[in-house]
Design a protein around this ligand. Structure first.
Ligand code: ZN
Ligand code: ZN
Length: 439
């Protein structure tokens, strides 16, 4: 067994490639890459449980072949997973099976890297590695830094492909300089504009793959399923023009009959032309994407979904005429709420349509309320005065409490109003000054 070495960036769009993992582990284990492969062969021979024939593990394999899905890379992967118990399933370009990406130019021949990413890891004290996405030729600039990827040391030109691993993967195997270091004597790197979207679809594809936890099986035959479904669908709906926007007719026919292999570039063209993202297209779900929707897919809405609220039509003139009646001198002012209810409208309606009339109504009502309150208060004061001064009450005890008990029973006026009036009258009549005069 080997001590386990973590796969960097696992579960993210920035996952490490299998080639990077092997080269990095070789250095950590203190052996060269060729020796590592021979060790894996032996491990397979000694452990039939790996399910890998020793001969299937190559002693030499190109970097570009190591990141594709093929017999050799699968054997290496299984032997490694068996020996280290580390899951490496997402370290290869899983969608580049026999269905997509036969064209050799789609995967860069050696390692490529973003010096800025390397530099950042170094500053943060993190392990350097080569990302899987950097292996794709269509990705020419770092999706994060937008700087152009490089494929050789800017000082000595070493491409880092050597099997003799003498230094950490973040250092040039030839001249020891950090791969994140740019040569000041060389031209500055090109920086892609943010609006260029250089390989943005591919980066999104990697994000989707990471989110869905894709496996080799999730892409098996997927692209063919998508294409056939789309072609059949558009042929049925007589909207083939939409298809031919994306790809010429003869190419469609050749693809439909599987006469042509689908390169990753074709998949990207289709994705762009049809407006269906790469993940959906390559995983075989194009027919379920909303871009394929058309009016024939509409279904009847169930009962209750289509009902439109009937607008209530009002005769505004009539409402206004009736509203004005409330302002006539003989009419007792009423609260706005009551008026609205009697007219069969809302207060909001009155406020919106007839704000001045409403304001007048409200003010009239408020005056009435104020008048009534004042009248009640006057009555309470008069009653209290009577109690303490009138002959009628001469036999009654002249205390505030008795006055309250008697007047409350007589008038039924509110408690606090009555008590207040009695207290006021009592204070005036029986204050020390008054008593002195009396004496
Ligand atoms: Zn970068
Ligand atoms: Zn170098």
């Amino acid at each position: 067994m080997l001590f386990p070495i973590e796969l960097q960036g696992a579960g993210t769009a920035d996952v490490e490639s299998l080639a990077s993992y092997i080269y990095r582990s070789s250095y950590d284990y203190g052996i060269f890459v060729g020796e590592f492969f021979r060790y894996l062969r032996k491990a397979c021979a000694n452990n039939p449980s790996f399910g890998v024939s020793p001969k299937a593990v190559p002693t030499f394999i190109k970097i570009s072949a190591m990141v594709r899905v093929n017999r050799s890379s699968s054997a290496i992967l299984s032997a490694l997973e068996g020996s280290t118990e580390v899951s490496l399933g997402q370290s290869r370009l899983l969608f580049m099976t026999s269905d997509v990406g036969r064209s050799p130019s789609e995967v860069a021949s050696g390692f490529r890297w973003c010096p800025e990413c390397m530099c950042e890891w170094s500053d943060l004290g993190q392990q350097a590695f080569f990302k899987l996405i950097w292996h794709l030729s269509s990705v020419t600039h770092c999706p994060h830094h937008r700087t152009e990827l490089v494929s050789e040391c800017s000082f000595c030109g070493c491409n880092q492909a050597t099997y003799r691993r003498k230094k950490d993967i973040g250092l040039c195997q030839n001249c020891d300089r950090h791969l994140g270091k740019r040569n000041p004597d060389k031209p500055a790197p090109t920086i892609a504009s943010s609006w260029d979207q250089n390989g943005a679809d591919v980066h999104q594809f990697f994000i989707d793959m990471a989110d869905h936890g894709s496996s080799e099986e999730s892409f098996q035959g997927g692209i063919w399923r998508s294409l056939r479904d789309l072609y059949d669908h558009y042929r049925r709906t007589y909207e083939q023009r939409d298809l031919y926007h994306a790809l010429p007719k003869d190419e469609w026919v050749r693809l439909y009959k599987k006469h042509n292999q689908i390169t990753f570039k074709t998949a990207r063209r289709l994705s762009y032309g049809l407006g269906i993202d790469l993940y959906t297209l390559i995983s075989g779900n194009a027919i379920h994407s909303t871009q394929v929707l058309n009016q024939t897919w509409l279904c009847e809405l169930p009962e209750g979904f289509c009902e439109v609220r009937v607008r209530q039509k009002r005769n505004h003139d009539e409402v206004l005429a009736r509203l004005k009646e409330y302002l006539l001198p003989g009419c007792l002012p009423k609260p706005a709420k009551d008026v609205a209810r009697e007219l069969g409208v809302s207060v909001g309606y009155l406020r919106y349509r007839y704000p001045t009339v409403l304001a007048k109504l409200v003010s009239r009502h408020q005056t009435l309320v104020r008048d009534e309150r004042r009248k009640t208060k006057d009555r309470a004061t008069n009653e209290a005065l009577q109690y303490f001064t009138s002959d009628e009450y001469s036999s009654f005890p002249k205390s505030r409490k008795q006055a309250y008990v008697h007047l409350r029973a007589k008038t039924g006026l509110p408690k606090f109003l009555l008590k207040g009036a009695i207290a006021d009258v009592y204070a005036v009549l029986y204050s020390p000054e008054v008593r002195r005069e009396d004496v």
